[in-house]
Write a protein of this length. Structure first.
Lengths: 182, 137
């Protein structure tokens, strides 16, 4: 039990728990797992009515999603105070080798400090990454949680296409574009 | 406060995202390089449990805790926007090494740098709202 607090969880523990979020949200109030929608609601709440049609809807009816997102922030906070999150993730030797080859040498923590810092070029890179995530999630009408987990749980063919798209994009970026960025 | 239950569900989800390392940029890179089973195991087992849960809810006609009918209806599938949007999302996923959930969780864990990809994400959301009628769906 102690290990579950201090150690990272193996996939066969965390995967099924993520899957159980699907029935949990349905039982709690007929809600479908999805996270990127919360950003749409944030935009809808800030942008003056009538400016952009896409944000002209009753976002308050979807406010559960904002509470869920707020909970995720809190969950991250609690995890960081209960356990050490600055350990080195046990990625495979091949990945370590590949990452070192393009300059990511510090493998401590959950993300590389060589990319996630306030240097101008990195800020631009991370903004572009976030922009694609945000634009793509709305265009596809869902992100990893909404399509890969919830949509596939409902056996939606559209979600399968979205997930295939996620991987096409990710593979193009990792294998074809990365060598030019780093 | 009918929304407290969703805050609690979010807290649990946030903890899982970090403890599973699904929030880790390194794990996402490993996944796109096909160098470990970890992320595939997470997504595969999550979807398997999700599919069986939905089947069970349907078969046993289980109601919500408030005794409402559970809505499992599915809209007519759309393929053009899901494919194009999915590809754009994937390009960003590989750069930022995270999807929206992990951004929230890692920001909460005290990594203020995640404000940057989140700002990008919000800008992307607004940009989509502005060009939505001009792109194929």
């Amino acid at each position: 039990m102690m290990n579950l607090i201090t150690e990272p969880w193996p996939w066969y523990v965390s995967g099924p728990l993520i899957g159980l979020t699907v029935p949990l949200l349905l039982l709690l109030g007929n809600r479908r797992l999805g996270i990127s929608g919360s950003f749409k609601h944030i935009c809808a709440s800030c942008i003056p009515k009538g400016k952009i049609d896409f944000f002209n809807y009753d976002w308050k009816a979807q406010s559960w999603n904002l509470f869920f997102a707020g909970g995720i922030v809190l969950g991250g906070y609690f995890t960081s105070i209960i356990t050490n999150i600055n350990y080195t993730v046990a990625i495979s030797e091949e990945t370590k080798h590949d990452l070192t080859a393009f300059g990511v040498e510090n493998l401590n923590g959950l993300f590389p400090v060589e990319i996630f810092n306030w240097e101008f070029s990195n800020v631009i890179l991370l903004t572009i990454g976030g922009f694609f995530v945000g634009f793509g999630a709305r265009y596809a009408n869902g992100c990893t949680s909404g399509h890969a987990i919830m949509g596939l749980s409902l056996l939606k063919p559209g979600s399968l296409v979205a997930v295939i798209g996620f991987f096409i994009g990710g593979l193009i970026m990792t294998h074809l574009i990365y060598p030019f960025i780093f | 406060m009918k929304n407290i239950k969703f805050i609690i569900a979010g807290i649990i989800f946030g903890i899982i995202l970090i403890k599973s390392e699904a929030a880790s940029w390194f794990r996402i890179q490993e996944m796109f390089r096909f160098q470990s089973f970890h992320m595939y195991g997470i997504i595969g087992s999550a979807v398997t449990i999700g599919i069986f849960s939905v089947l069970l809810l349907k078969k046993l006609k289980i109601k919500t805790f408030n005794k409402q009918q559970i809505d499992l209806s599915v809209n007519k599938p759309k393929y053009i926007n899901t494919l194009f949007g999915g590809i754009i999302f994937g390009l960003g996923w590989a750069i930022a090494g995270g999807c929206p959930g992990p951004f929230y969780a890692l920001l909460g864990a005290g990594n203020l740098i995640y404000i940057i990809p989140i700002t990008g994400l919000i800008t992307g959301t607004i940009a989509y709202g502005m060009v939505r009628n001009k792109i194929p769906h």
